[in-house]
Design a protein around this ligand. Structure first.
Ligand code: NOJ
Length: 546
């Protein structure tokens, strides 16, 4: 496999609204991020995926962009953004901008023009259809944020498509002028010295609207290749596409080296498998290790020699990692470290979502009024109207709602967790007095220092980056273990995914293996014996034979 500079890199995701507020308006901002660059440098990360900071009416917290080349006033100015890029670079950190080009805001000048008349030159930047025979929407396509995916424009008597909110009209990627505009905009960002792009719902841009085939449409890969050639393909940018529809075969198309498309994609099999078939994320299935193992193994194997995996447990749309896959109670620290070890010891590029490095947890607001996320709010109303109970929806929101990940970053134990001197736009998680960065920095055994160590290990040991993934103890119901092998080096990774004490029988061929313990969340282990007693959520990585 051709080596790339970013193969051993670790990415940190910042959700700007919730990261650090520098001016007391209750909303995180760019200067707040700049003030925390030393913290990120100390953590050792190399790339920041910056969720959108562009000008936006904030219907979907910035994923509705009204100007791709200006900064939202509440986040700062373009001069501050350029300063962030430069100051990060001084610390060897590169910025991945969030490229949201499946849709714009309804306040984008292109859409404002498009609304003016059917023959406006920008009309075809969006997707318009005549009403159905009964005057209703052209078809029954449903928006991800509730209701029809078609909105009626009285003036022209036509409907426009919006896969997300009614204020996020979908761009028409069958129009070459859209390509030209987007490519030029991307090139101007690259010229500012950014490190690349995270591409929002990129699997939707090739949509075949009338066939209602939104994801993975027939033009998708041609469009991405064209984008690659016209923009980032010339340099060594990092690109990661969000692709909820991706199968391993698709991921090979997106990220295969010869394909000239993207560096890697985010796939969500390990997330979706714990959603209900009908109610989706609003009704969770209990975590089950066997299927989790099977999914991770499937992806590790499929992309072993071609393509590249992205590794993540959480992001701004998902619950907190420790709440979802670990234990947010008694074993919060142990399980957060175990999850960190598992993530960094798989093959691919790890992504740390802000706050994960201190073991931040889900939040449980008691009333719906405290929630801010358009998806939770819309779906709450829609499902209640369909007869779902308040209790069931609140349970769904508590488990999987997006605001779990959007509570302010917990910096210290001062009011509002040191995030703002004003009133935060969303209530701080009340556990900030215990869980915060200041406390983590002061505690040598904290989750934070565990992450820092893992990030450093990936720089030091090529086996962690390029070693083949080989499952061991495959049938074990409580332990997830694997070997990484590169040339003569072998790294054994063992994770107890439960709160139980376990006696683990070591497979015959591994008995008495010994070596250097690279990382552990209890006392380090340097030898395997015939069986070992694992503590709750114990995990360790052993470099064999050193
Ligand atoms: C995916 C983003 O991650 C999410 O936050 C957003 O709401 C949708 N795409 C629409 O842009």
């Amino acid at each position: 496999m051709e080596k790339k500079w970013w193969h051993n890199a670790v990415v940190y995701q910042i959700y700007p609204r919730s990261f650090m507020d520098s001016n007391g308006d209750g909303i995180g901002d760019i200067n707040g991020i700049i003030s925390k660059l030393d913290y990120l440098q100390q953590l050792g990360i190399n790339l920041i995926w910056l969720s959108p900071v562009y000008r936006s009416p904030m219907d979907d917290n910035g994923y509705d962009i009204s100007d791709y080349e200006d900064i939202a006033a509440e986040f700062g100015t373009m001069a501050q953004m350029e300063s962030l890029i430069a100051q990060a670079k001084q610390r060897d950190i590169h910025i991945l901008m969030d490229l949201v080009v499946n849709h714009t805001s309804d306040e984008h000048p292109w859409f404002i023009e498009a609304l003016k008349s059917k023959d406006n030159p920008y009309r075809d930047f969006y997707i318009w259809r005549k009403p159905a025979a009964d005057g209703g929407p052209p078809n029954d396509f449903h928006s991800y944020f509730g209701g029809s995916g078609w909105a009626f424009d009285e003036a022209s008597g036509e409907y426009y498509l919006h896969q997300f909110s009614v204020r996020q009209p979908d761009l028409n990627w069958e129009n070459p002028r859209v390509h030209a505009e987007v490519h030029a905009m991307m090139n101007r960002w690259l010229a500012k010295g950014i490190g690349g792009f995270r591409m929002d719902v990129i699997d939707l841009i090739g949509k075949e609207v009338d066939a209602q085939k939104m994801a993975n449409g027939k033009n998708l890969h041609a469009l991405i290749r064209q984008m690659n050639r016209a923009t980032f393909g010339k340099g060594d940018a990092v690109t990661v596409g969000e692709a909820w529809s991706a199968t391993p075969a698709d991921a090979l198309l997106y990220s295969g080296v010869e394909r000239e498309e993207l560096s890697m994609v985010f796939q969500f099999d390990h997330i979706k498998q714990f959603w209900d078939e009908h109610a989706g994320k609003w009704r969770s299935k209990p975590f089950e290790l066997a299927s989790f193992k099977a999914v991770i193994e499937k992806w590790q194997t499929a992309l072993a020699h071609q393509g590249w995996n992205s590794l993540f447990w959480s992001n701004h749309d998902l619950p907190r990692a420790v709440s979802k896959f670990g234990d947010e109670g008694e074993f919060r620290v142990a399980s957060a470290k175990m999850l960190a070890t598992a993530l960094h010891c798989l093959k691919g590029t790890p992504y740390i979502y802000q706050g994960e490095e201190i073991g931040m947890t889900n939040v449980r607001y008691e009333t719906i009024d405290e929630y801010r996320d358009i998806e939770s709010l819309n779906l709450y109303q829609e499902r209640l109207a369909e007869g779902v109970s308040h209790e069931e929806m609140m349970q769904g929101i508590h488990a999987n709602g997006r605001d779990n990940a959007r509570t302010p970053m917990q910096w210290d134990d001062s009011p509002n967790a040191g995030f703002t001197t004003g009133t935060p736009w969303i209530t701080v998680n009340p556990n900030y007095r215990e869980i915060n960065v200041a406390a983590a920095l002061a505690e040598p055994d904290s989750i934070l220092w565990h992450y820092q160590k893992l990030v450093a290990l990936r720089k030091q040991y090529p086996v962690l980056v390029y070693g083949d993934f080989q499952p061991v103890l495959r049938e074990h119901p409580q332990v997830f273990a694997w070997l990484r092998a590169l040339d003569s080096e072998r790294l054994l990774v063992i994770n107890n995914f439960t709160a139980e004490h376990l006696t683990l029988d070591i497979p015959h061929q591994m008995q008495n293996w010994h070596g250097e313990c690279l990382i552990s969340n209890y006392a380090p282990r340097d030898r395997l014996a015939v069986s070992i007693e694992l503590q709750p959520y114990e995990s360790f990585a052993l470099l064999i034979g050193r």
